[in-house]
Design a protein around this ligand. Structure first.
Ligand SMILES: Nc1ncnc2c1ncn2[C@@H]1O[C@H](COP(=O)(O)OP(=O)(O)OP(=O)(O)O)[C@@H](O)[C@H]1O
Length: 623
């Protein structure tokens, strides 16, 4: 006798236990993120379905395709008379996206505004100019000196140049075709193709680029350089990218090790058939070697830095390395001075006292807690889940909807690969668990730069867009990708107004589902995640905080394990007043000795030059 089976559907059109597969299949076929399992015992099956919803009296999801369990599901919804093939067709992401795009929303949603950056300083301008002149360049500087702002300005200027050249080319063709100009065929215009990359996926997403590994088509980059080169030759798209690129940006170059840097340089020369450094590609590097070091297999101290690569000095001449000197993030001189010496692994006894004194509780005016920074992933997960558990309000789970695209080799990803790619490269969560009272951090920029990546707030309610609109709470303007589901109750968040943002902050906003892309080297989506751009913020790893400005921050240095970590964590804060620092001691201030040695002459030389310039500027030559 065949063994009896019960089919449990935890996530699907109608969760429940079904006696035969065809019924269960109707619930899960074509339903993104569906979860089902078979059991020999119906009670076990029911228990499994309920376990998934135990803390979840109302499952609301951001997914375009899941229904809120608040709604009644009719037989029509179940499409019982429809063949699975038709259901699949109807529920295909493209069709559903279109339907949702077409669904009318009464609330006005503005498109995502570009981040509004401050005007560049004279030093930033000068570097931009030299880079636009075609020079290879490495710019560094302490945390908060505007490296990211400068990088965005560089990308913008290159994009503008690309657009101008496209227009030029089109004009030339038009003139050629009309017989006006028989010589100019449009082909001779030099292409300024820019590759935008970073050493890590998250840094790549932040600048609208990809990882340098993905751009270069080298996987983890562990094979010998010659083998990597041969592999690239086998993929026409990747080989063409190497050949046609005019300039390449690598952000957070401090997290690339010397071997990888040399391999890239070797590949560039081989593939472009020239002995020019880096195959003649203009290289634009940014990063701070005093922050987090490269992640190397084995012991963390085995790392070798990009500046130790054999090819570094050939690619970046000494006079093309600049350290940005003005710190913008912190305004207090005392704090800036402490950070400056801490960056180099040194701390004065009187500063130790100042930092130890920061162990006190800080009372903030709006009562919103600070973001917690911790060195290790495990403690972050434990703290967030314990704090969430402690809230007595109902749990809401929002699951992402991940859409696969194509990778840098031109191959299509499947949905599992898309989800893995998004988990690896973005901070946007696959499953976001929220309750009223949860401390959250925004992971994208919104509302004309008022609410920014790093803004913190508390979830105060869950509302549909129309419920919110009725009480004058509006959705945050962001990159929606598709219109948010008007039936889903989205989190309403009360944000702390950011001192760094200009404009008036709508303190309470609804934060609906938005979208984030992980881009491939061609600038197209490798994978797209539709999700609410929030993460729990009682705790965040120091690694994930790199690059951010945090208005209120509490740091626990208990488990610090690598050079640069203490400096990265403390330099996220904007002032000593809004910083709580636990378990600080002088020996936790660590900088890598090889970085100190390398940077000393070049930063000192620059300091001497600046002092000399200041002296000359103040001098009176009127004698
Ligand atoms: N020229 C400028 N004028 C005024 N503010 C600036 C300028 N450049 C940068 N800032 C501000 O300084 C802060 C830090 O800038 P940014 O994030 O670019 O620094 P960073 O060097 O990349 O820092 P980190 O190394 O920590 O990632 C931001 O709030 C930014 O808006």
């Amino acid at each position: 006798m065949p063994k009896a089976k019960w089919y449990a559907v935890r996530v699907g059109r109608r969760p429940g236990v079904y006696a035969n597969w065809s019924e269960a299949e109707n619930q899960v076929r074509g339903y993104p993120g569906a979860l089902h399992k078979s059991f020999p015992d119906p009670r076990a099956a029911e228990g499994w379905v309920r376990a998934g919803q135990r803390h979840n009296p109302v499952i609301t999801t951001t997914s375009l395709y899941r229904q809120s369990s608040k709604q009644l599901i009719t037989d029509e919804d179940l499409e019982l008379d429809t063949s699975p093939a038709e259901i699949k067709q109807r529920n295909s992401p493209a069709v559903l996206l279109k339907q949702r795009m077409d669904s009318l929303l009464t609330t006005e949603i503005k498109p995502c505004p570009a981040v509004e950056d401050p005007p560049l300083s004279a030093q930033q301008e000068e570097i931009l100019c030299r880079i636009l002149n075609g020079e290879n360049y490495f710019f560094t500087g302490s945390a908060g000196t505007g490296k990211s702002v400068l990088l965005r300005a560089i990308i913008k200027a290159f994009r503008q140049r690309e657009a101008d050249e496209r227009n030029d080319k089109e004009d030339k063709w038009k003139r050629y075709l009309s017989g006006e100009d028989r010589n100019g065929q449009g082909n001779e215009v030099k292409r300024w193709k820019l590759g935008v990359t970073a050493s890590t996926g998250m840094a790549g997403v932040n600048i609208g680029g990809s990882t340098v590994h993905s751009w270069a088509g080298i996987g983890l980059g562990e094979l010998p350089a010659q083998k990597l080169y041969e592999n690239i030759l086998r993929n026409k798209i990747t080989a063409k990218r190497w050949k046609s690129t005019g300039a390449l940006i690598i952000d957070e170059v401090s997290m690339i090790d010397s071997k990888l840097f040399d391999k890239l340089e070797f590949i560039a020369r081989k593939i472009r058939k020239t002995e020019k450094p880096f195959g003649g590609i203009q290289l634009i590097l940014s990063g701070d070697f005093f922050q987090l070091p490269p992640v190397t297999k084995g012991h963390i101290n085995n790392c070798s830095f990009a500046f130790e690569a054999l090819s570094w000095s050939k690619v970046i001449p000494r006079e093309n390395m600049t350290s940005l000197t003005r710190v913008f993030r912190q305004k207090e001189n005392r704090f800036v001075d402490i950070l400056e010496s801490m960056r180099k692994g040194f701390i004065k006894p009187q500063d130790v006292e100042v930092l130890r004194g920061l162990a006190r509780d800080v009372k903030y005016p709006e009562g919103i807690e600070p973001i917690g920074l911790y060195p290790q992933k495990a403690e972050v997960a434990a703290i967030n889940s314990a704090r969430l558990e402690a809230l007595e309000t109902p749990l809401q789970i929002f699951s992402s909807f991940d859409v696969p695209g194509t990778n840098s080799h031109g191959w299509a990803l499947d949905s599992r690969q898309a989800t893995e790619c998004l988990n690896r490269n973005t901070i946007w969560p696959q499953d976001l668990e929220l309750k009223v009272g949860a401390l959250v951090m925004l992971v994208t920029n919104m509302q004309d730069g008022v609410l920014v990546n790093g803004s913190t707030g508390t979830v105060v309610d869950f509302m549909t867009l129309s419920e919110a609109s009725a009480v004058n709470i509006h959705p945050a303007a962001g990159n929606y990708g598709s219109a948010p589901d008007p039936k889903v109750a989205w989190p309403v968040v009360e944000f702390i107004p950011s001192k760094h943002a200009s404009g008036k902050v709508a303190k309470r906003v609804v934060v609906p589902q938005m979208s984030v892309d992980v881009l491939n080297a061609a600038g197209r989506a490798e994978a797209t995640r539709h999700q609410i751009p929030l993460i729990l913020a009682w705790a965040l790893t120091i690694h994930k905080s790199q690059g951010q400005t945090l208005e209120r921050v509490k740091i626990d240095l208990n488990n610090i394990f690598v050079e640069g970590q203490t400096y990265v964590a403390i330099s996220r804060a904007v002032s000593l007043d809004t910083l709580q620092l636990l378990n600080f001691s002088a020996h936790k201030v660590m900088a890598h000795s090889r970085v100190i040695e390398w940077a000393k002459p070049f930063e000192q030389e620059q300091k001497d030059e600046e002092e000399w310039d200041e002296l000359l500027a103040g001098a009176n030559f009127d004698f």
